[in-house]
Write a protein that binds this ligand. Sequence first.
Ligand code: ATP
Length: 327
Amino acid sequence: MSSQLKRIAVLTTGGDCPGLNAAIRAVVRTAIHHGLEVTGVLHGYDGLIAGDFISLKNENVSNILQRGGTILKTARSDKFKSEDGMNQAAEQLKMQNIDALVVIGGDGSFRGAQKFSDAHGISVMGIPKTIDNDIYGTDNSIGFDTAVNTVVQAVDKIRDTAASHDRLFFVEVMGRDSGMIAMMSGIAVGAEAILIPETETRIEQLVKILERGWKRKKTSMIVLVAEGDEAGGAYKIAGEVKKRFSQFETRVSVLGHMQRGGSPTCADRVLASRLGVAAVEGLLEGRRNEMAGLIDNKVIFTSLKEVTTRKKTMDNTLVRIASVLSQ
Ligand code: ATP
């Protein structure tokens, strides 16, 4: 591969998730394989503004593939949203002779990256990560598979205790705008109902489903609630249901930040590795301001503009499957 590129920088930005280290490792090793130098930017866009840089060699990314979190740290940066902040970030990259920036982030991070590139002509390549799996241009984002497996393990345990006591559990999972975690893990644990922001939640309808389960002599029931469901969080919905359905004792469990941590699954490690390689080789081929994603098991590059303006939608067949199987 012949290219004008000599030095690239890589950063992680936005919320953390499992698989970030695997992606960093893949970026660094691919770049070095092709004779590039790699600079790591600490603390996301804040570090870019502050010039918080480290040199990354193969040995710096040894033994991190299996670790959760990010060795580069991550942050949300208000400063980067300002013209001043972007000017300073561009100046820092110029001083370090950095030719391109690999952004391992979510759609917000890509919106920032696109603006940054438009304003300063910096070449950017995106790698999609978020446990919510709501990024357009890839079937899965890094972190999603590990997060749903964490939820499945937790809810399986909750099911044991729920069945022992004949209880109804409302389990709240992450997903402010997206019900992907709730939907996939809900199907995997056999949830009686899955409440997500993409579909209307009607308490009366939910009560009917629970009554049907009670008549069927179910010994436990699980309702998975995405935190962004328009009817409210798990506590609010449980309170509403309790007023109308008292056959089962009710409990609420909010899984919270455990969904962001832990060792990445095999699927996330392989996804991060494939996208890390693709991102660097895409830059070497002359691609700019795109995101490397995986669609139908093939690497596909999508412009950051498209990624940030189009919305990934919930697959309605999943909604139907969950409903059919929950009886
Ligand atoms: P996740 O949703 O998984 O946390 P994300 O990348 O969507 O990931 P955001 O908090 O939306 O997370 O964005 C991360 C950072 O990207 C912001 O803190 C900000 O620095 C930058 N950013 C987001 N939107 C813009 C924008 N419109 N202009 C400039 N920078 C932006």
